[in-house]
Design a protein around this ligand. Structure first.
Ligand code: NAI
Length: 726
């Protein structure tokens, strides 16, 4: 290193408050950075400063754990970034590994930036409900222009060094030693004027149509955010950079940062982040962590190539697992093969230019067959035939006879009893539920359901499969609908009851989409296919030929029942696949839902037939009846030991049911609403609808309220019986 260059080592291992040697906490680290800079400034022998990270990483930003504490981070870092910028000696950032969040903001304070070709940069604060609070929203647009800065700040995306160079975010990229290159540059620029390199002094580059651009961008951000505040406030901070001088823009950034901190959304996202990590750490009752079975030469059979089978096969090929796809006859096989090929072609296009190639034309990696004899060699079967217990049992009996002894037998049922399916085999310890979500090649959730006899190694293998498929595996117990669908039943039931009482599919969907769901219950039902539930209800004797003669239209087993979904199915309205369901679509398989006047007429006729008085139902009632009945079921699930904790339920909802991340999951949401309020509302609706048992508050919820609105992390300690797990 040249004697003229002073080096400030900026510890990179993620948090500012996890600096192992000298510094133990954020403020101390910031103090050390400030002291280093002041020392360099005061020392006449130092002519330039280079800031780099340790161990090949510049900085991954702040520790997510610190985000609930308002005094931390951006707000404290901002003045130091200004201090760097105001240095009379050139300061060069040497960016290796990552420069994210506060790390990139420090680099923006430097006068020059040199990056390694493999480095990545970004301002990901938005993804945890915040905004870059160390003046990053003001400096970045001045450096790379408003459109590119808005894109980075409102999405939180990471960009590679090559793109950073094109945008002008870095001055130079190098393949070899970044630190040496930064020092070389520092020495070269000694004595050159620093004014033009100080971003706070630069104007934001003008756009010919800035107003119109900003208006359009704001509409887009709002539409995508659905109640998630951070993207919109990120937008407002960048907008301030275009309208105000730097110092005022920084003040606005700080105000907006405080709004986000106090909104509770950052805490919800932080909770969601740690909840996902918690569900991976699943252990046997004795606390023994399971050893995962490593399978590198697994041959997997996907049985049934319908909606789910197609997505599952696509995910397996993407995970580089050899697959045999089996169908009942050639007609279904060809249809399924065609659909899988379309999906894989699409995936291959998305992956173009990346390191991984999809090898799906190779029969050793992907085979389609109707020959059951191929089952001899597979290590793992995922069955995805129709939701019909008799059919599933017949298939599992066959599998048990044909598959090799160690093969794991998985069923992708939505709700059926794993133990009953396992009873058709001679190896119930190897039978397990693997509940994928539609579309299975997109959705991250995999609910893993163990039965009475399922072995720990079968669970571990299913968890490993989830990991290999880059999915979030959540282990749950066996009950009708497991966790996700069991909580969904009362939610959908309420949605349909609301239609009976006077609402419309699009009104109910709107309320839940405004809450933040990607799609409301009726759009979701159209996407999944109404026939799946219909088949299940027929199997339960709730509708169809096994319904006892003389049954009341709107009552089953002494409870309120709505035949509306059955009536739609009887008319062939299965949703998107038939082009008609709760909405109408442009064609069978179409995706654009349009409100259907036929449905409106049908609903009013239905109300007349059953003498139901149509009433106006407000948004609050729609939201509360749908969400609180779902949450109520969650408390019942926890009390029965079906899931290990509220985090498991929340991870399931965040990854499989489109629950808005900024609301942390249904159980977290309940804790933010306050359990006494949830209980009071359930009591009110239950009194108004005494024939709806799912509105009756769960005993566990009542207990948690009685002990004084216990905080979420203590809930499980109030249960006398904890999850049996195995
Ligand atoms: P689907 O009706 O689209 O496909 C079922 C496929 O199984 C058909 O292609 C059929 O030919 C095939 N099949 C039937 N009997 C067979 C046999 N004996 N041998 C080989 N193949 C056979 O149904 P979908 O929607 O794919 O559902 C499959 C399973 O996944 C069901 O248990 C369902 O409950 C479950 N599921 C469905 C979800 C959805 O959103 N559609 C979500 C999660 C689970």
């Amino acid at each position: 290193m040249s004697q003229d260059t002073f080096c400030v080592v900026f510890h990179a291992q993620i948090p500012f408050d996890r600096i192992p040697h000298q510094f133990k906490s954020g403020p101390m680290f910031l103090q050390a950075l400030e002291d280093g800079l002041k020392k360099a400034d005061a020392d006449p022998s130092v002519k330039a400063v280079m800031i780099c990270g340790e161990n090949g990483k510049f900085s991954a930003g702040a520790d997510i754990r610190g985000f609930s504490s308002p005094k931390t981070l951006g707000v404290a870092l901002g003045p130091i970034v200004s201090l760097i910028e105001s240095s009379e000696k050139p300061v060069v950032a040497a960016i290796e590994g990552v420069a994210l969040g506060g790390g990139l903001e420090v680099a923006l304070g430097c006068h020059y930036r040199v990056a390694h070709a493999k480095a990545r940069m970004g301002l990901p604060e938005v993804t945890i409900g915040l905004l870059p609070g160390a003046e990053g929203t003001q400096r970045l647009p001045r450096l790379i222009g408003v459109p590119a800065a808005l894109d980075m700040i409102t999405t939180g995306k990471h960009i590679p060094a090559t793109e950073a160079l094109k945008l002008g975010l870095v001055d130079e990229i190098v393949e070899e030693n970044t630190i040496e290159a930064a020092i070389r540059l520092a020495n070269k620029v000694i004595g050159q004027p620093l004014g033009p390199r100080r971003l706070s002094l630069k104007p934001v580059p003008k756009l010919p149509n800035m107003e119109a651009f900003l208006q359009e961008a704001q509409v887009k951000v709002k539409r995508q955010a659905r109640g998630f505040l951070a993207p919109e406030l990120c937008f407002q901070a960048v907008q301030a950079a275009t309208q105000r001088p730097f110092a005022e823009g920084v003040r606005r950034e700080r105000e907006l940062f405080q709004v986000l901190l106090s909104s509770g959304q950052a805490q919800a996202l932080q909770y969601a982040f740690f909840a996902e990590r918690a569900v991976h750490r699943w252990a046997t009752p004795g606390g023994i962590n399971l050893l995962f079975i490593i399978f590198d030469s697994i041959l997997l059979l996907s049985l049934g190539l319908g909606t789910m089978g197609q997505g599952i096969v696509t995910s397996l090929v993407k995970a580089n697992i050899p697959v045999v796809a089996l169908e009942q006859n050639l007609e279904y096989l060809n249809k399924g093969r065609k659909a899988v090929m379309v999906l894989l072609e699409r995936e291959a296009k998305k992956m173009e230019g990346g390191a991984q190639k999809l090898d799906f034309h190779n029969p050793a990696r992907l085979q389609f067959t109707v020959d059951f004899n191929l089952l001899h060699d597979v290590d793992l079967v995922i069955e995805a035939v129709f939701e019909n217990m008799a059919l599933k049992k017949e298939i599992f009996h066959k599998l048990s006879n044909i598959c090799k002894p160690g093969a794991l037998l998985c069923t992708n049922t939505s709700a059926l009893d794993i133990d009953e399916i396992a009873s058709a085999t001679s190896r119930p310890q190897q039978v397990i539920g693997t509940h994928f979500f539609s579309p299975a090649h997109v959705m991250r959730l995999l609910e893993i359901i163990y039965g009475r006899h399922t072995s720990p190694s079968a669970i571990a293998t299913a968890m490993q499969l989830a990991k290999d498929m880059k999915k979030v595996g959540v282990v749950v117990g066996n009950c009708f609908g497991f966790v996700g669908n069991r909580m969904m039943f009362p939610y959908v039931e309420q949605a349909v009851f609301l239609l009976e009482e006077g609402s419309r599919p699009e009104a109910v969907d709107q309320v839940l989409e405004d809450f933040g769901f990607k799609i409301g219950p009726f759009r979701m039902s159209d996407l999944a296919g109404l026939d799946v539930g219909w088949r299940s209800r027929k199997g339960q004797g709730l509708t169809g030929p096994s319904l006892p003669a003389g049954s009341s239209a709107r009552q089953r087993r002494g409870q309120r029942y709505s035949p509306l979904p059955d009536l739609l199915c009887e008319r062939g309205r299965f949703g998107q696949k038939t082009g008609k369901g709760w909405y109408q679509y442009e064609r069978a398989g179409g995706r654009t839902a349009t409100p259907d006047p036929w449905i409106h007429g049908f609903l009013s006729q239905y109300r007349d037939t059953h003498r139901i008085e149509t009433r106006y139902i407000d948004q609050e009632e729609i939201l509360e009846r749908c969400l609180f009945s779902l949450i109520n079921e969650g408390f019942a699930i926890l009390a029965e030991g079906i899931a290990s904790g509220p985090e498991h339920l929340d991870v399931i909802y965040l990854n499989g049911y489109g629950w808005p991340k900024h609301r942390g999951g249904p159980m977290f949401y309940a804790s933010t609403v306050g359990l006494p309020r949830v209980l009071a509302k359930l009591q009110k609706y239950s009194e108004a609808h005494p024939d709806v048992p799912k509105l009756r508050p769960s005993a566990f919820l009542k207990k948690l309220v009685a002990v004084g609105n216990a905080p979420l992390k203590e809930w499980m300690s109030y249960l006398s019986r904890q999850s049996p797990k195995l």
